[in-house]
Write a protein that binds this ligand. Structure first.
Ligand code: NAP
Ligand code: ZN
Length: 347
């Protein structure tokens, strides 16, 4: 099946309207008419080859929401008309201990990503900047009625990527949580940590977005460009979530953790991050990483957001505005997630 998409043709290329192939519906597949797709900084890292070589044309997008239009003969969980979502993964081995536990993102054979992977049919996967996608039902999420499809889209990556470490490191009442970087992931981290009952502080490059940060649920907001911030907040936090897409001086941030505190990196800059061992040793601190979340946990996050009224702040754009939106993301000028209205791609 040929469907419309927007893709880049090289590392430097702007977006072009192209047609791509989606596989014939297999017995366990769901065909989704995409309504919205969020723009994640990972789309940019990937398309520009910052994480390694990719194939062109390259169609990004892993914050997908839409409506089921057809289901395969053995599909039991979905029917046409259902409101659904797809995040960063579309398949995994299903047999390793991580997959069995519901941590498909840590599949020991490597999960199949929504874009930029070779799937079990030998096809190079293409993401959600397109009108339709075919996905195995086990990797399709149900969007609760309380969540509009446009606002639900960013939850499929930005939402789960911050929800999972907040849960794993037990953000909640009495816990001091800091979020580094108030972009797509960062603003979700603030809202989710607040909804979990934690005390939230934003650590941003400047005070430019301070009012927003406080409105989103932070109780404090500091500029990391001011060295005084690092003196004032030394030893303050139980948990720090780093959402920054670029290399930052991790050692300085480790100094803001309490004894036994953890700094969890979800930001994925291409350059290695440097850590001074003494910053860890001195207070038994942890420096960790976290990758999206499993399918079961993603559904739990969607239900949590519906129940607590947690949704991202979005700016809906047309398909012709993707290049401009990417430029704004690169300038940290996103408030706080761009979402493509896929209906603008259909005609
Ligand atoms: P984003 O919207 O661009 O947000 C990143 C924020 O980091 C910016 O808004 C900015 O916040 C801050 N920042 C940017 N450049 C900086 C610099 N040079 N120094 C200090 N701070 C800087 O990006 P995103 O979509 O949230 O993604 C963030 C990162 O997470 C990306 O690397 C992405 O690939 C990664 N990611 C990882 C996972 C995972 O599973 N681990 C999933 C999704 C995304 P301020 O203006 O407030 O400083
Ligand atoms: Zn993402």
């Amino acid at each position: 099946m040929q469907v419309k998409a927007r893709g880049v043709l090289s590392k430097e290329s702007p977006f072009h309207a192209i047609e791509i192939e989606r596989r014939e519906l297999q017995p366990d597949d769901v065909l989704i008419e995409i309504h919205y797709c969020g723009i994640c900084h990972s789309d940019i890292h990937s398309a520009r080859g910052e994480w390694g070589e990719v194939r062109y044309p390259f169609v990004p997008g892993h914050e997908i929401t839409g409506i089921v239009s057809k289901v395969g003969s053995q599909v039991t969980k979905f029917k046409p008309g259902d409101r659904v979502g797809v995040g960063c993964m579309v398949d995994s081995c299903g047999e390793c201990e991580n997959c069995k536990r519901g941590d498909e993102q840590y599949c020991v054979k490597g999960n199949i990503q929504t874009y930029g992977s070779v799937d079990r049919y030998g096809q190079y996967t293409m993401g959600g900047y397109s009108t339709h996608i075919v996905v195995k039902e086990d990797f399709v999420l149900r969007i609760p009625d309380a969540l509009p499809l446009d606002k639900a889209a960013p939850l499929l990556c930005a939402g789960i990527t911050t929800y999972s470490p907040l849960r794993h490191w037990q953000a909640g009442p009495g816990k001091e949580v800091a979020v580094i970087g108030l972009g797509g992931l960062g603003h979700m981290a603030v809202k989710l940590a607040k909804a979990m009952g934690a005390e939230v502080t934003v650590l941003s490059q400047s005070l430019r977005k301070k009012e927003d940060g406080l409105r989103l649920g932070a109780k404090a907001y500091y500029a990391t460009s001011d060295p005084e911030t690092f003196r004032q907040l030394a030893g303050r936090f139980d948990l720090i979530i780093n959402t920054v897409s670029a290399k930052i001086p991790i050692t300085a941030y480790l100094g803001l953790l309490k004894t036994d505190g953890a700094l969890v990196n979800v930001g994925a800059p291409p350059e290695p991050l440097e850590v001074n061992a003494f910053a860890l040793i001195a207070q038994r601190r942890t420096f960790a990483g976290s990758c999206i979340g499993g399918i079961r946990e993603t559904q739990e996050m969607l239900d949590f957001c519906a129940e607590h009224g947690v949704t991202p702040e979005i700016e809906v754009i047309s398909a012709d505005e993707i290049d401009a939106a990417w430029e704004r993301v690169l300038k940290s000028d996103v408030r706080y997630r761009f979402v493509i209205d896929i209906s603008t791609m259909r005609n």
